[in-house]
Design a protein around this ligand. Structure first.
Ligand SMILES: Nc1ncnc2c1ncn2[C@@H]1O[C@H](COP(=O)(O)OP(=O)(O)O)[C@@H](O)[C@H]1O
Ligand SMILES: [Mg+2]
Length: 228
């Protein structure tokens, strides 16, 4: 079985990434982020932004449900705020939609209002995760992004006997791969070099389309972000 090769995509991916990813994030601590959320709660509420349950938290911030088909991410990652601002209001096929991006005062803490996405189809986790492990992790070293895409398909083929090439498992895995690839392409068109491509940053739109989330750890030309 000849695996698909995404030469055009891979060349662009290669072109996008020569600079090493930003190192450890500096700036406010997570405690400071939480404090800012508390301080700004009323202001946000007056803007119609209600933060409900916490959906997740990582190294740089917190994700809150807004219970109207949106989520709010509060992050201290300026590269994420910058990249998301660049795609604000754009309806990309395979990247989450961004509705608003603000900085909380001058705190270096940002609020990003995003389209709420659905959890990733378990088939994709089942079939992609062992391949990711086989590769020794799936965080793409940007300068090796193209090779990683190729290796990834090879690992998928080696580590799984798909029931058949017309099985749901195979077709869905392939569709997800192609769509995430298209998402990368869409980011490149917006001059975003993204350094955090891994399975934890893929979800699905309500239409079923596979979608990139979390543009943290990225590089893009600087924009000016509104402060509240
Ligand atoms: N747009 C979204 N829709 C639904 N859930 C989301 C969304 N963005 C993030 N989440 C949830 O929050 C978790 C952490 O979000 P993410 O942006 O990846 O933050 P981190 O920078 O901590 O990796 C995700 O794994 C997911 O469960
Ligand atoms: Mg993430």
């Amino acid at each position: 079985m000849k695996l698909p090769r995404f030469k055009e995509l891979l060349e662009q991916t290669e072109a996008m990434t020569h600079t090493p990813p930003p190192g450890q994030m500096v700036g406010p601590t997570k405690a400071a982020v939480l404090k800012a959320v508390d301080t700004y709660k009323d202001k946000l509420r007056s803007m119609g932004i209600n933060l409900h349950s916490n959906l997740g938290s990582g190294a740089n911030g917190f994700v809150y449900d807004m219970s109207d088909g949106k989520v709010a991410k509060i992050t201290k990652d300026r590269t994420e705020a910058n990249a998301t601002y660049r795609i604000k209001g754009k309806r990309l096929k395979n990247v989450y939609e961004i509705y608003e991006v603000f900085e909380l005062g001058d705190l270096g803490i940002f609020l990003i209002i995003q389209e709420k996405l659905q959890p990733l189809n378990p088939i994709i986790e089942k079939y992609w995760t062992p391949a990711q492990t086989a590769l020794g992790g799936f965080r793409v070293n940007p300068s090796e992004a193209s090779r990683t895409f190729d290796k990834y398909w090879i690992a998928l083929e080696r580590h799984h006997s798909f029931p058949s090439m017309d099985s749901t498992e195979y077709l869905e895995s392939k569709r997800a791969f192609l769509e995430v690839g298209n998402g990368l392409k869409e980011l490149q068109k917006n001059e975003i070099k993204w350094h955090d491509w891994h399975i934890g940053n893929i979800m699905q739109k309500s239409s079923g389309a596979y979608s990139i989330i979390d543009l943290g750890v990225s590089q893009s030309p600087m924009v000016s972000i509104d402060k509240i």
